[in-house]
Design a protein around this ligand. Sequence first.
Ligand code: CMC
Length: 426
Amino acid sequence: MADTNAKLTVNGEEYELPIIKGTLGRPVIDIAALQESGFWSYDPGFKVTAPVESKITYIDGGKGELLHRGYPIDELANNAEYLEVAYALLHGDLPTAEQKEEFFEKIREHTPVHDQLRKFFEGFRRDAHPMAIMVGVVGALSAFYHEDLDVSNEEHREITAIRLIAKMPTLAAMSYKYSQGEPFMYPRNDFNYAENFLYMMFATPADVDYEKNDVITRAMDKIFTLHADHEQNASTSTVRLAGSTGANPYACIAAGIAALWGPSHGGANEAVLEMLDEIGTVENVPEFMEKVKSREVKLMGFGHRVYKNFDPRAQVMKETCDEVLEALGINDPKLELAMALEKIALEDPFFIERNLYPNVDFYSGIILKAIGIPTSMFTVIFALARTSGWISHWLEMHSAPFKIGRPRQLYTGETRRDFVKVEDRK
Ligand code: CMC
């Protein structure tokens, strides 16, 4: 709601810019009046720009607070299942018992993928990275759901969200099975969401006595919840930007997966394990830290654009990490190395001065390794979980009038005007 105005004077002209307050967090200055001024705003990396109004997720980076639909992330992670959180992201509040049953049933109904989709997998090299496969096959879903999909129809949008959340574990597990040369496993709808994913990843048709592990299932479900949404991050903004053109939502989610893949974003969990491989042993940590301080490398899994105190997801993840390592009795030198690195970084002035703390990906990488998930699947799991957030933002955008996202630029290129023919160019 516009409360009061900020004033901006440019070239002697004064502009009144409304200040708008949300329910929480920093108010924003509405700069639309700059349109008339002859200037654009300039904000590389969108460090101070809010391109949307949203009711889904709130982050206070200073306090280390993350709320989904108003609920603190630690309460959600410790007391609700991932699919309940997904429901809240989509619908505005946690489900009642009846709504939960109905929603879970719908998700179960849509877990299988069209059999023709197998052919897309076969087009990939055996050693293709599972994220490359995910970008391709999720994008390919748009070929299965396009002609009959009307994004202006609320029911069509709703079923799109259900399909995406339901099919992501199936596709994610298929991308792994393909890389292993193992047959795809069909979803088992007597299993819950996390159990089903683990089953499709690790069971084989010969495995008639496949046994679930409750500790691993709970940890997996928490990992899903802790990655479900994170307001206007790079991949979510990508989904919104792609969606703002009216594009097919499956293609928009594929764009989100592509944005997530980078090591500064979701690819960091994989990069943490690669970094641990590179360091090798605890004795090499001081030498590695010197490289970090001289800016040769980054300490992956540390730092965050928004959290400058602590990452609340990382706190829950650390507890889960300790539980999993203890319950599984794991004694892996790589995990010991990670813990040594964490301790040194938390005490080092370089990291303290720059407010660099372990983020969610530091611990999730360690848990995933402990439960036997191959490193190349880490970011795929992040994508699976983030799909509920991405599609919630896409739904929110489509539920009200919106404009195509089209930023401006500061042009610093050449100013040549005269075209020189190739034979006259020097
Ligand atoms: N290791 C070493 N130094 C770092 C790191 C790091 N991980 N992160 C930031 N810095 C330094 C940076 O060099 C700069 O120092 P100085 O001011 O002396 O030049 C200072 O800290 C501020 O960094 P910044 O680059 O301005 O911070 P940013 O907000 O642009 O970047 C980030 C945030 C997450 C991209 C960055 O911290 C990073 O690359 N971290 C490692 C990758 C990572 O773990 N990413 C996962 C984020 S959590 C999952 C998600 O939500 O996507």
